[in-house]
Design a binder for this molecule. Sequence first.
Ligand SMILES: *Cc1c(COP(=O)(O)O)cnc(C)c1O
Length: 440
Amino acid sequence: MNARQAAGAGTSRKLKESRRLQKRAEQLMPGGVNSPVRAFKAVECDAPFIVRGQGAHIWDADGNEYIDYLGSWGPLILGHAEPTVVEAILSAVVNGTSFGASTPVEADLAALVIEAFPSVERVRFVSSGTEATMSAIRLARALTKRKYIVKFDGCYHGHADSLLVKAGSGVATLGIPGSAGVLEEVSQFTIALPFNDPTALEQAFSKYRHQIACVIIEPIAGNMGCVPASGGYLANLRTITQRENALLIFDEVITGFRVGYGGAQEHYGIKPDLTTFGKILGGGLPVGAFGGSAELMNLVAPLGPMYQAGTLSGNPLAMSAGVATLQYLRERKADIYPKLDSLSAKLVEEVSACAKQAGVPLCVNRVGSMFTWFFTEGPVTDWNSASKSDTQAFARFFRGMLEAGVYLPPSQFETAFLTTTHTDKDVEATVAAARKAFVS
Ligand SMILES: *Cc1c(COP(=O)(O)O)cnc(C)c1O
């Protein structure tokens, strides 16, 4: 019995070409993929190869159409091939793709970030979220001259050595504690604490007095599924880090421009010392950034002693896509974010109602247009409670949805996203698919 028969779904979807492409890719790249989460390992079915996207819809190599709730793992808040973003990339590309010299558009994007995030006075662009968090931590250590960093179980901050400790995302999905190849000499300086637990935080700060350089957190975790920190917890975290002269880093790679134009820090009204960005910031092209006060950022080379560099950093195509995306959001934010919120609410509530009818335990976590359906009674407030989810039930649901033309993130421990291009009709089709998937 193959996976789709196990799911009890029909076999209407052809995947002949995707399977051929997968076989070919596997001969050339590890697992046939360039990021492990794309391998569909946890959901035990064939991954469609995607050839085109438009708005909220994507098409695979066999011509199957899907309503997309992955949004490239978060960047595509405006949907696929948004015309103003495409236009910005096209008009940049004809002038050359990279110069390794400064271009005007970098400051355009920097000004947009700084305006949106009052805690950021200076920003440095990099090419991925991984580079952003890695650099922010280096900066925190450069300033404080302390060794230890605090992160939280189930939070993912990219794949830098010091951050692959009790990480979320693919690491959590594959059920591995960290990564081979990370030296204990490196990971021993990473303190991993339970998310949303103020006591554990106090204990760590008293145990490692004057030794903690920074605390890095996803204020709304997206990489153990969607798990928001409580507002009180974040306020407490701000107080403790200030008291202990440790930096507070908000990893807003997902939440920046997602839960509101000003990200999670605007949502909670809390100012971190450093913020990391990625995903939406590049409008679907590879961009990351880290930023904070001018005083802090002046420690970065060439002004200061903290070295950080990149051949393709501030790439003009990527900067142009970012500017087009942020300008679009900025001009329409009063309209866009409430609409994303209400359509997302409608979707998660109606799908939850279907689960209830089918007698399937489901716990929904949602902040604006990011959400997860956890297959557990809940509440889900940290990695411990998230990991109680029935991942087999999730995988069955996932396969049923995919068969019905709904593309969800292929893991229980990831976040789904709405875009400005999803319609009521998409939501209704998704709810209808879910109603069937829960009972199959
Ligand atoms: C995706 C993500 C990263 C890593 O970004 P990459 O561009 O994949 O390197 C870091 N932090 C968070 C919160 C993320 O979701």
